[in-house]
Design a protein around this ligand. Structure first.
Ligand code: CA
Length: 528
């Protein structure tokens, strides 16, 4: 055991040779057999804005939706209950996943003016150099074209749900159908055509369930007209916190538009698709208009429509996971394939009256993370350690027996997957959000997160910087800053010191580069 932990410490430092790392990985997996000595395939299924509350394995008290295929992954693998992101927004999260670095190191701060520098070191390029065949299919959202994949077929920009145009290895191609199904079909096709003599990395990345939450036609009536329980904080008045929480532009009440609410149909549908769409929504919309709702009744109606649409999109993602797992089963690949399901961040499903993400608060900060790796991960385990999307690249590299470059800022999750959390695992995590003012007018902030506390500093909005402190044990819904309450001065001091330490360790510059905020100056209904 001692030898193993020494090997693991060296591996974290990224100084171990590929050969030694491979021996170490194989050594852990037990007796060497033909299958176990092979590098594992890696199937990374990544969705956009999928809240952990909308995966039944996470046990949200609202029981919003059944996700049997994602639940299968949790049952056969490990469910991570505190996977936090570095910067809770689409492009920056994707850049972090690829590089194993924070926004201030990979240069992708926001969705407005950041462009991913594809010349950087990324885990997929390192796997490609280590004999993996690599592909990314679906949502990309890093502005520049993918670099270093054997095959790529992406949705340009945010992508469309219906009949989405795509770009395949640089060439624009038309598609017909529903984006989640198309991305799954393409993923299975690529697997079928792959070089079977080499391991694969497939990044299957869905647009769903991103705004504006357009369900597949087969799922329009799938919930049987269910009335969804409301979150306790749907009518949050933001008292107990500062100006940032009040000034945002992401409420169900004020920010959702007619397209979000399906009061107008999406663009780009074929006539027969539109006909089926309207057959579902038009009678419901007519009944809604007749009621002339206002105030809380209107918010409640909007919340129900939002849940219907969002969760229907989740159903298609869950089916996609089921099809991919079935393919692995049918081909006998399941035993030697590391399957990871995650999303680029969390999402508010009406908590605090919000949709969207961006905040350091739990629903936004925490992404779902389910990992299955037969023979390595004990089925049905859960993990409450602070892990992050900044750890994914390092994890994939170690799983493939590759060294982790010193420039990467996370840590491989492989020891945790083996059930042996290193004694020095992180107890605090640094977070920073930049994009401002629009879309959604969420003030830039950074902070430190621990198992119990969050210290948050709002900065750079030209409207007065301030600090908040949240005690998740006493206030799990993060409704009240306790910064000035008696009894918290010691905790506050510790967290201030921890914040400085983390900023120093991570090389966070004292001043934020001018382009980092990027946000549009006006508007507020942006699809970011
Ligand atoms: Ca996203």
């Amino acid at each position: 055991m001692k030898k193993r932990s020494q090997a693991s410490a060296v591996l974290f430092a990224g100084r171990i040779s590929a050969a030694v790392a491979l021996i170490w990985v194989v050594g852990y997996a037990g007796p060497i057999s033909g299958a176990e000595s092979k590098k594992p395939n890696i199937l990374f299924i990544f969705s956009d804005d999928h809240a952990y509350q909308a995966i039944s394995a996470y046990g949200d008290p609202r029981h919003l939706v059944e996700t049997p295929n994602l639940d299968r992954l949790a049952r056969e693998g490990m469910r991570f209950d505190r996977c936090v992101v570095t910067n809770s927004i689409c492009g920056p999260s994707r850049a972090t996943v690829l590089t194993g670095k924070y926004s201030h190191r990979n240069g992708f701060y926001n969705n407005t003016n950041s462009v991913f520098d594809g010349a950087q070191t990324t885990f997929h390029k390192l796997l490609g150099a280590a004999s993996y065949q690599t592909a990314v299919i679906g949502k990309w959202h890093l502005v520049s074209d993918p670099v270093g994949f054997d095959f790529w077929q992406i949705l340009p920009g945010q992508g469309a749900y219906y009949n989405p145009p795509m770009i395949r290895n640089g060439e624009r191609v038309a598609t017909e159908g529903y984006a989640t199904d198309i991305v799954t079909d393409l993923s299975v096709d690529w697997l079928k055509k792959r070089d079977r003599s080499r391991p694969f990395l497939l990044m299957c990345q869905h647009k769903a369930p991103h705004r504006s939450w357009e369900p597949a036609l087969r799922h329009l009536a799938a919930d049987g007209g269910r009335v969804y329980p409301e979150p306790a904080t749907l009518f949050d008045d933001y008292s107990g916190r500062g100006a940032a929480e009040r000034d945002q532009d992401m409420t169900i009440e004020r920010t959702m538009g007619d397209g979000d609410l399906k009061l107008v149909p999406p663009k780009g549908m074929k006539p027969e698709q539109l006909e089926a769409w309207n057959a579902y929504y038009e009678p419901l919309n007519a009944a809604y208009r007749e009621k002339r709702l206002s105030g809380k009744d209107l918010v409640r109606w909007r919340y129900q429509r939002y849940m219907h649409d969002y969760l229907a999109c989740v159903r298609a993602v869950d089916e996609s996971v089921g099809r991919l797992l079935q393919y692995l089963d049918d081909e006998g690949l399941a035993d030697n394939t590391l399957v990871v399901y995650s999303a680029d961040q969390g999402f508010f499903l009406g908590e605090h009256g919000w949709f969207d993400k961006r905040w350091i608060f739990e629903e936004s900060l925490r992404a779902p993370l389910l990992v299955r790796w037969p023979g390595v991960v004990k089925p049905g385990g859960t993990c409450r350690e602070l892990v992050s999307n900044v750890d994914f690249a390092e994890t994939f590299l170690e799983a493939a027996g590759q060294p982790v470059p010193a420039e990467m800022q996370g840590r491989s999750l492989v020891p945790i997957l083996r059930g042996e959390t290193p004694s020095g695992w992180r107890k605090s995590f640094y977070y920073q959000y930049y994009e401002y003012p629009q879309p959604h007018h969420v003030r830039p902030h950074y902070g430190v997160v621990t198992d119990r506390y969050k210290l948050v500093k709002f900065y750079g909005a030209g409207e007065g910087d301030y600090t908040e402190l949240f005690d998740l044990q006493r206030d799990p819904q993060e409704m009240r800053s306790v910064l000035n309450e008696p009894g918290y001065s010691e905790v506050h001091g510790e967290l201030e010191r921890e914040l400085l330490k983390l900023r120093s360790e991570l090389g966070v510059p004292d001043s934020v580069p001018a382009e980092a905020m990027g946000g549009k100056a006006s508007g507020g209904k942006g699809l970011r």
